[in-house]
Design a protein around this ligand. Structure first.
Ligand SMILES: CC(C)(COP(=O)([O-])OP(=O)([O-])OC[C@H]1O[C@@H](n2cnc3c(N)ncnc32)[C@H](O)[C@@H]1OP(=O)([O-])[O-])[C@@H](O)C(=O)NCCC(=O)NCCSC(=O)C[C@@](C)(O)CC(=O)[O-]
Length: 315
């Protein structure tokens, strides 16, 4: 514990942290109810008002596979036309699984996409209907087209701790595919503990292996809170020098192709932890907590722990 605290202080004085808010995409893709487009745009506006600047807004995936994201073009139109969003300061990444998704995103004037691979064959097949190798081949032309069109490419790598179909993942496999995604042109790779089974110990082991060949500045942590380890796992990632964290307001989320994958780690909980270290102070936690309550009420969800505690004090 002492080692953790001292190295965290060292890391923090050197770098700022970034939150990639994934609620409007990862958070809503698994909801039973199809959230109306205008509610999605309002959610994005509220998140931006709380000081979040990177907000993953939708996914240009097949609407047959994920009907919740069928309105991707309309969401980006709503964002573009919103008088409440300062586009010079904000970024709205979108998921693109293939060239067709990229072309749709480009047509909708996206400047920031994310491709998504898996560390395990079972999840790759279920999620994007191809092997890992086939997916990497599929992403190559997407990266080339993105570069040509001046579009930033983020990479995701799922099942970095374990796969719901194949079991535990070898950290060397995570390192190998992360390197491939970076070579392909991703500016960073977000490491997804898709089913939230990681603990500080297994996350640390995986990150120790990956950071042996990839700088921590090229990595992000994408934690799920299935077993209540999300914030602890982000703290371990921070200690390993990672300064970008994916999180979802109110802890919404889960992957439709990973059985038992409940919500992402809640943005309110992660920001509360970070602010305890004197970081992420540009984020208005009260505003964020109110947004978490607002969307939880709409979806009939319980919300995030830190968010609920803050809202209780406001009453
Ligand atoms: C990859 C595919 C498309 C392959 O799906 P497929 O069925 O193998 O695709 P296909 O190329 O054979 O095409 C079948 C049909 O889909 C259409 N199609 C094809 N591509 C697109 C597209 N982009 N947009 C719209 N339509 C598309 C295509 O035009 C065709 O239409 P039809 O001729 O039958 O009318 C499908 O499997 C898919 O969309 N999968 C996405 C699943 C998904 O969104 N999962 C959740 C996101 S990943 C995640 O949550 C994990 C993460 C990132 O958060 C990190 C973590 O926690 O680990």
């Amino acid at each position: 514990m002492l080692r953790l605290r001292s190295s965290i202080t060292r890391n923090f004085s050197r770098s700022m942290v970034t939150i990639c808010e994934v609620g409007p995409r990862d958070g809503l893709q698994n909801e039973k109810m199809i959230v109306p487009t205008n509610t999605k745009v309002e959610l994005i506006e509220r998140l931006a008002k709380s000081g979040l600047t990177t907000i993953e807004s939708t996914a240009f995936v097949s609407p047959k596979w994920v009907p919740q994201m069928a309105d991707a073009t309309e969401v980006l139109k709503g964002i573009a036309e919103s008088p409440n969003l300062d586009h010079s300061k904000l970024s709205f990444p979108v998921l693109t699984p293939n060239l067709k998704g990229f072309e749709r995103a480009l047509e909708a004037k996206s400047k920031h996409i994310a491709i998504f691979a898996a560390s395990s064959e079972g999840f790759s097949k279920k999620n994007i209907n191809c092997t890992i190798e086939e997916s990497l081949e599929r992403f190559k032309p997407v990266c080339v087209a993105a570069k040509k069109n001046n579009v930033k490419v983020r990479g995701y790598l799922s099942t970095v701790i374990a796969c719901p179909y194949d079991g535990p993942t070898d950290p060397n496999q995570v390192a190998k595919i992360t390197e491939k995604l970076l070579e392909m042109g991703c500016y960073e790779v977000s490491l997804g503990d898709t089913i939230g089974v990681g603990t500080p110990s297994t996350i640390d082991k995986m990150l120790r292996t990956v950071t042996a060949s990839v700088p921590a500045s090229k990595l992000a942590m994408h934690a799920h809170d299935t077993y209540g380890q999300g914030v602890a796992n982000c703290t371990v990632a921070l200690d390993r020098g990672i300064t970008t964290f994916d999180a979802s307001v109110a802890g919404l989320g889960g992957c439709p192709y990973a059985k038992g994958a409940t919500g992402n780690v809640a943005t309110e909980d992660v920001v509360y932890m970070l602010q305890g270290f004197g970081l992420a102070n540009e984020i208005d936690l009260v505003e964020l907590a109110k947004t978490g309550k607002w969307i939880s009420d709409i979806l009939g969800r319980t919300g995030a722990r830190a968010g609920n505690a803050i809202c209780a004090k406001l009453l």
